[in-house]
Design a protein around this ligand. Sequence first.
Ligand code: NAI
Length: 336
Amino acid sequence: MKIVFFEVFNNEEKILKELLPNNEVFCFEEKLNEENIDKAKDADVVSVFINSKLDKNIIDNLNNLKFIATRSTGFDHIDYKYAESKEIKVSNVPAYGSYTVAEFAFALLLNLSRKIYDAYNNLKEGADFNISSLQGFDLHGKVIGVIGTGKIGKNVIKIAKGFNMKVVAYDLYSDLDFAKENDFEYKDLDEVFSSSDIITLHAPYTKENYHFINKESITKMKKGVYIINTARGELIDTDALIWGLEEKIIAGAGLDVLEGERELKEEFEILSDISKSEKVKDYKILLEDHVLIDMPNVIITPHIAFYSKEAENDIVKTTIENIKSFMSGNLQNLVK
Ligand code: NAI
C-alpha cells in the first residue's frame, strides 16, 4: 500500500518506515495542501497532523484515497463527513494527550499567575531584579471553571484539586460519578462563567461550539477572570477576547491555540507572495492575533500543548495501529 505522511517531526520517519514494512511509505515535513498534493498521488492512505486542511477539494484530488489517519485528537481540519460520503474512512488518536495537555494548561496558568515569563524577561533583557511589578496570586482557594470534562478536562480537575482549588465544571454530559469521586460540582454555564476566577477550555471545536466564548459570555464573567485555551482557537471570538481584555473584565489569557493559527504560521510566506495572500480568508483575525501576541497579560504558545516525548510516542503507536487495523479490515478509532 502507498502510505504518505505529512507534517512528520524530526525522527519519526525512521520509526514510521520500520513499523510499516512491506509498504511504500513516504514522509514529508510539510503539511499537505493544494500545491504539494502530487506527493500524495495514488496514495491509499494519507496521514496528517493538524495543519493540513483536508477539505472537499483536497479529498477530490486524491483519487485512490481510502483512509485518512490524523495523528491528532481533534479532527476539525478534516471534512470527515464528505470523506465518509466517498467511502473514505477517517481515524484519529483519541487519547494521547490527556495528561500532556492538562499539564500544559497549568503551565500557562502558572505563567500568568506568577508572571514567570515577565520575571525572566526583565532579568534577561535588562538585568532587572526589581520585583515590584511581579506580584502574582495563589491558585490555592481560587475557583477554576472547567468547560469540557472529557479526558483532558478530567485530568485538569485532578491537578486543580492538588492545588486546593475549588472546581466548577460544565459539560454537555455530566459525569456525576467522577464529580463525586473528585469532590466537585457541575453547574450551569452561566454559573461557571460568573463564579470562576479562571476558566479553562477543554471542549472540541464543532460547528455548535464556534465562538463558544463571545462578547455575551464575557459580560457574564467575574471581573478579573483568567482564560486558558488549550483546546481550539475557534472556541473563542478573538474580537470579543480583545474587548474583554481591554475592558479589564479578563485579567489575562493563556492561549496555546488561536483562531486563524494556520494562516498566522504562514504569514511570512503570505506577505512575500501575493498569489498566496488571495487565499487568506480573514485578515482581521490575523491582525487581531498580533494584537493579542503584543498584549502584556497574554501568553501565547504555538500549539505545543500536545508536544511531549510521551505523547509523541503514543501518537505514532496509535496511528500505526489505526493504519494496520484499516489494512486488516478491523477498523478502530474511526471519527464520526
Ligand atoms: P474528549 O472528547 O475526551 O472531551 C471533550 C468533552 O467536551 C466531552 O466530554 C464533551 O461532552 C465536551 N463538550 C463538547 N461540547 C461541549 C460544550 N459546548 N460545552 C461543554 N462541554 C462540551 O476530548 P479531550 O481528549 O479531552 O480533548 C479536548 C480537546 O482538546 C480536543 O477536542 C482537541 O481539540 C483539544 N486538544 C488540543 C491539543 C493541543 O495540543 N493544544 C492536544 C489534544 C487535544
